[in-house]
Design a protein around this ligand. Structure first.
Ligand SMILES: [Zn+2]
Length: 342
């Protein structure tokens, strides 16, 4: 990107009410068959238009074609039985009924490549595509086959690499891996989590990103956040390893969070997607609030490496609020861009 402070979102945007019930995660589709295929594409175009009208520089599909950022990818793989469900504790935080790994996992055909090609045809702007990271994938499953979190993560990394290479060929400029699990399992992140992520990006020429957050604004997450105390120093445990990795961009939660901003210093040299929009609140930030967060981040990130973004995905918000937040992000970034150019 030649433009200073290019804006983007960390992840999902709300779906239209005719496609899936709004303000809900894992919301079932309201259409099926051919109508669903067309409906998802229409929603993608609307989501893109919202981003463009708000002035977002690096656009995405708003994750309109998936029900959930992890399970939709896994649904397309062999070796996972979605009928056979077990209750597991996700990210040490909440119990969920999840599918079971029953055999060797593999990807028989591309998962998101057609959707990415469709997005590519709609715009000449840089596009970013999100995939789940290996550690977050294993944390959303019950493993009755490999019986080793690490082994399963390496298998998923190989599969993600196949998908990522095809997304790159489809014209995706930035491939982002969502790893909220990196904020929980620190020892594993440093032992093999970052290594599996590097396996997932092996051989890619496009830019790569990792998104590490404190989750969507859902109750299980907001309750968990209350237990974390006044200062959230989780990033401190993983950023030094990521600094040494070959990942280009690191997407972090900053605005309204209790993360001390100076932790970003630990990844000096990397591009940083600075979360300047709180996705756990219905209050739309003012452009000035966004600008204040970005100015604070500028103490620890060089201006040419700062990518203003959202703290996480906005799928659970209303469309009106999400659109307002996109506009605030764009306007806030414009204020600081102006200051930097004078
Ligand atoms: Zn997130």
């Amino acid at each position: 990107m030649n433009k200073l402070l290019p804006t983007s979102t960390a992840g999902s945007l709300p779906k239209p009410s005719w496609l899936a019930q709004p303000e809900k995660l894992w919301s079932p589709w309201k259409l099926d068959g051919e109508e669903l295929v067309e409906g998802k594409q229409d929603a993608l175009r609307l989501s893109l238009a919202d981003q463009q009208q708000a002035g977002i520089d690096i656009v995405s599909d708003g994750e309109q074609t998936r029900q959930h950022f992890v399970t939709t990818f896994i649904e397309h793989l062999d070796g996972v039985d979605f009928e056979k469900r077990e209750t597991v504790r996700i990210r040490d935080r909440y119990d969920a009924s999840v599918p079971t790994v029953v055999g060797a996992v593999s990807r028989q055909k591309p998962v998101f490549v057609e959707d990415a090609k469709f997005l590519r045809r709609q715009t000449t702007q840089p596009i970013k595509w999100a995939l789940p990271g290996p550690m977050t994938m294993i944390d959303t499953l019950y493993d009755a086959h490999y019986k080793s979190r690490e082994k399963l993560a390496w298998e998923f990394a190989k599969i993600l690499n196949e998908e990522a290479k095809e997304l790159e060929a489809a014209g995706v400029d930035i491939i982002q891996f969502d790893e909220p699990a990196f904020n929980v399992f620190f020892a594993e992140v440093n032992e093999w989590g970052v290594a599996t992520l590097e396996r997932a990006i092996e051989g890619l020429k496009c830019e790569t990103a990792v998104h590490i957050c404190y989750g969507y604004g859902i109750k299980a997450n907001t309750d968990w956040k209350k237990t974390l105390g006044d200062e959230w120093r989780q990033y401190e445990k993983t950023l030094p390893t990521l600094q040494k990795s070959s990942i280009d961009l690191i997407s972090l939660e900053c605005h309204n969070s209790h993360v001390p901003m100076d932790l970003i210093e630990l990844i000096r040299g990397k591009k940083v997607m600075v979360g300047a929009i709180d996705v756990a609140s219905n209050t739309i930030e003012t452009p000035e609030e966004v600008a204040a967060t970005l100015r604070k981040a500028l103490q620890f990130v060089d201006a040419d490496k700062l990518y203003p973004s959202t703290n996480c995905g906005m799928a659970p918000l209303s469309r009106k609020i999400a659109t307002g937040k996109l506009q605030a992000l764009s306007a806030g970034a414009a204020i600081v861009r102006q200051e930097l150019s004078t």
